[in-house]
Design a protein around this ligand. Structure first.
Ligand SMILES: Nc1ncnc2c1ncn2[C@@H]1O[C@H](COP(=O)(O)OP(=O)(O)OP(=O)(O)O)[C@@H](O)[C@H]1O
Ligand SMILES: [Mg+2]
Length: 240
């Protein structure tokens, strides 16, 4: 996605975010970060560095102890419950622990995300079919999710997050259970969403293979602190 980072307002802005879990676990410390519209950003760092905490803050699943988060210019923690709901409809999240409904089928799990936006049955059928093809899951369409492998469940979680072509996609450790070939399918999905739908994508990962050669921005959390500099300019290259 072409963009001009010098004049664009960031889609996401974190200002001096600290998150302390009770009683005294400092998960994030004074993190400031701008994420621009159309950007793909890799959020890296060792286990326990604070990646999932940051993702949860962006989806209002946790509140910061200190600091400010704005998405599209709106202060997240001043939103009304309805405002949060509306904001969440524009964000797709693939959780590290998937959070799928095990007894529901693959189709139902993905369709559910679209039903709440009042998409038609036909739109849902077409979009879910497309995502299942992209992620090599078509043969699992009618299987209960609980009967799938971890790697298959992971892809269902990603398909659900991508279903509504979200403005912002948050993918937490999206390739943790995947082999190289399947990882490439996931990267392809991100690329398509980014290029065709203009989605801004944040990938939290410690899988170096998916960001080692990327031309997109990589920021690193280290014990809850951002190692890469806050004002690092997003690079404007199309390839991963
Ligand atoms: N709900 C919670 N209550 C208390 N401490 C928590 C909670 N969630 C996370 N933490 C702590 O906050 C720190 C950051 O955790 P977080 O899950 O954000 O790390 P992460 O970078 O996602 O790690 P991983 O790569 O293992 O997924 C860790 O020390 C963790 O133990
Ligand atoms: Mg995590």
């Amino acid at each position: 996605m072409p963009r001009d980072a010098s004049t664009d307002k960031p889609l996401v802005e974190l200002v001096n975010i600290t998150k302390i879990y009770p009683p005294d676990i400092v998960a994030l410390e004074d993190v400031s970060l701008r994420i621009y519209k159309g950007e793909i950003l890799f959020l890296t760092g060792m286990s326990g560095a604070g990646k999932t905490t940051l993702i949860k803050l962006l989806f209002c699943l946790e509140t910061p102890t200190r600091g400010l988060i704005e998405i599209a210019g709106r202060d997240l923690f001043r939103l009304s419950p309805v405002g949060i709901q509306q904001m969440r409809q524009k964000i797709g999240v693939a959780y590290q622990d998937f959070r799928l409904l095990d007894k529901q089928t693959v189709f139902q799990n993905i369709a559910m995300a679209m039903e709440v936006t009042y998409a038609s049955a036909k739109e849902i059928r077409v979009r879910v079919g497309e995502l299942l093809d992209l992620l090599n899951l078509a043969s699992k369409r009618n299987k209960p999710v609980g009967e799938l492998s971890r790697g298959e469940q992971q892809r269902v979680a990603l398909a659900r997050a991508a279903a509504n072509r979200p403005t912002l996609l948050l993918a937490d450790e999206p390739t943790g259970n995947l082999d190289q070939t399947t990882t490439e399918l996931v990267i392809n999905l991100f690329r398509r969403l980014n290029e065709e739908d203009g989605s801004t994508i944040v990938v939290a990962t410690h899988d170096e293979s998916i960001y080692a050669k990327t031309e997109h921005r990589v920021v690193e959390l280290h014990n809850g602190q951002l190692a890469a500099h806050l004002e690092q300019t997003p690079r404007q290259v199309e390839l991963f």
